[in-house]
Design a protein. Structure first.
Lengths: 343, 343
DNA sequence: ATTTAGCACTCATAACGACCGAGTGCTAAA
DNA sequence: TTTAGCACTCGGTCGTTATGAGTGCTAAAT
């Protein structure tokens, strides 16, 4: 139902608007060198595109602006991924040159570089810990009634939690317990720790330790909080550079969300593998009304461990940005798999 | 040289401007109920105050606005600290009710509460670690060539660092070394670790361990990074609520600085004890031109360990805010001393 | 000697109208 | 089917004109 020419016009309108942030009119289009037909023809096609909801007019006599539906169609069918240039590829690769073992640093740097390359806000949902396996559990007593529990995973991640000791437990009990746990739980994924603790370990404890229930619940608590992955940001304030965000109210909505982290987490956790593009209201979030979100997952081996996301205005440079996010996610997967997958 | 009436007028102008964010004129002042003289009199006094640089006019025929010098005088001589109301005291006290041992959580919560109470951006410079004493040092090997070093301090703080192992060291060497270090260094303040490592420990190592130099430098590295304290924020986007920050450029400057953390660190580290108020350009920072910064230090025992700061527009509600920061800093000192000072 | 009433003056802000121009839709000719 | 032509729309800009809150200054009142 849409002619090739109409699609071509749609594409050019969107490309143009993405570049200029200005509504585009039929005359200015007709003047472009790769357009051979007149402004009147374009007007007719534009009218049709508007009927179908791909573009809209901010007011009666202005040029056209892509609608969300327009962007959607563009992303799904029109856009051709821009090839990355040498500079971009090099910059991304530079993240992984020094063989740092600390995953968090790699992830943080990825977020920074991605935001630098795009001028949008980059968010990386850190490696999920639940698939990490316990490497070592340690309790360090602090004075009379407090202790810090430390958990080390096979990827070198360290989690710790301080708590008050229940009364009537003494150092030897704790030591015994730590020994038992280390003996039985090393290699167990964090996500299964809780269950194991209550199903297998509890019987052992009953045998060897007084006051096992208090200690156990304490450990369980220490072990539980690792469900939540961490978010890493780059270019948190980049939205301020976008001309369409001249209105403080809009800015506040977005910045607040970024600052709270929770909304962001809901947006990007649990996205499917591969590149995903959510445009404007598709994000089901009031603050994201005028923003788009590009996400891609990254893996270690075959295990999807985290997500890369890029947040910008709906008027995003999709063709370049999608290529970048795609490339980065594959690069990360490669590098991380290399580092951690052999074991 | 300034009459009492002139000072009174200055005070009212500033109070009024802080409340309304609008230039204040002689007529509106004269209508206030606690002012008995005419607008003409006020005009004369205003002219004098302007001569002396305490107030200024945005343009020829507008009301007056406090200058930095005016704010300075106000803060130093005119302001009377506002008594906190029950609600405010309760809110602050609530930070310390549950006896959490984790200092970081207390500090984070303080920043959040302070920003909530004030609608400005709160920053807390976390406890300096250099006075923390080593409680336990631990090395956990990760596979062949990497290991994570974990340092626990007497306040329950845990630092960790992953690194690649030098070649030709084996597990037993590491274990021996860890034992030596734990034996010799527990109770030593982190700030002295480096020195001790190179002066006392090195001789012991030479005796017991092959390849001690590589291992030593590795440890030194792991131990060194704790110089930098951490910053905790509350209400990072609160500056967006200020009417004088309607201009995106101004906002960007401030937000960028907040986001980078480094500039903030420079601003608030090393402030003297007690309440400090830096107004506008006094902060020697382009981004802070239109902002004021209130700082106060908090202590554990007699040891100053960190700083509380509040960042807002120069048109800040000084009287209330100074009381709040003062109260919070004392409350924190009290609570932390209670928790950690007995030892 | 102070204070105040009176008055001319200033200037940001809002309101108004004119006009421009980039844009549109529609019709009729190519 | 495409395009030239034309009337129409409507934001944006520019100058004009109030309006009003503010000022400084002078002279009268206290």
């Amino acid at each position: 139902m849409l002619t090739d020419r109409q699609l071509f016009i749609l594409q050019i309108i969107i490309d143009d608007f993405i570049r200029s942030a200005q509504p585009v009119g039929s005359r200015s289009l007709a003047e472009k060198k790769d357009i051979t037909y007149s402004s009147a023809t374009i007007r007719n096609d534009m009218a049709e595109l508007e009927n179908l909801g791909f573009i809209e007019k901010p007011h009666t006599s202005s040029g056209r602006v892509p609608s969300e539906k327009g962007y959607r169609y563009y992303v799904d069918h029109l856009l051709r991924p821009k090839k990355l240039n040498y500079q971009e590829v090099e910059t991304i690769n530079s993240i992984f040159v020094d063989r740092v073992y600390e995953l968090e640093k790699v992830v943080q740097k990825s977020a920074e570089i991605l935001s630098e390359l795009t001028n949008y806000t980059a968010i990386v949902l850190g490696p999920e810990l639940k698939d990490n396996k316990l490497k070592k559990l340690q309790i360090v007593p602090l004075g009379q009634d407090a202790a810090v529990a430390i958990i080390v995973t096979d990827t070198g991640h360290v989690e710790n939690r301080t708590f008050t000791l229940p009364e009537q437990v003494d150092a030897s009990d704790i030591e015994k317990m730590v020994n038992i746990l280390n003996e039985k739980l090393i290699g167990v994924p964090l996500s299964e720790l809780h269950d194991k603790l209550y199903k297998e370990i509890v019987v052992l404890l009953r045998r060897h330790i007084r006051n096992h229930d208090a200690l156990l619940s304490m450990f369980a608590e220490a072990v539980d909080l690792h469900a939540n992955e961490k978010l890493f940001f780059g270019g948190k304030t980049n939205i301020l550079n976008q001309p369409e965000f001249h209105d403080i109210e809009k800015i506040r909505l977005v910045m607040n969300m970024i600052d709270q982290e929770e909304g962001i987490y809901r947006l990007i956790s649990g996205v499917p593998a591969g590149i995903q593009v959510k445009i404007g209201k598709e994000n089901k979030n009031a603050a994201m009304q005028h923003c788009s979100l590009i996400t891609a997952s990254y893996s270690i081996g075959n295990e999807q461990v985290g997500t890369i996301a890029l947040l910008g205005p709906t008027r995003m440079e999709y063709s370049r940005v999608i290529s970048l996010v795609d490339f980065l996610s594959h690069d990360m997967t490669k590098a991380l798999t290399n580092l951690y997958h052999n074991g």
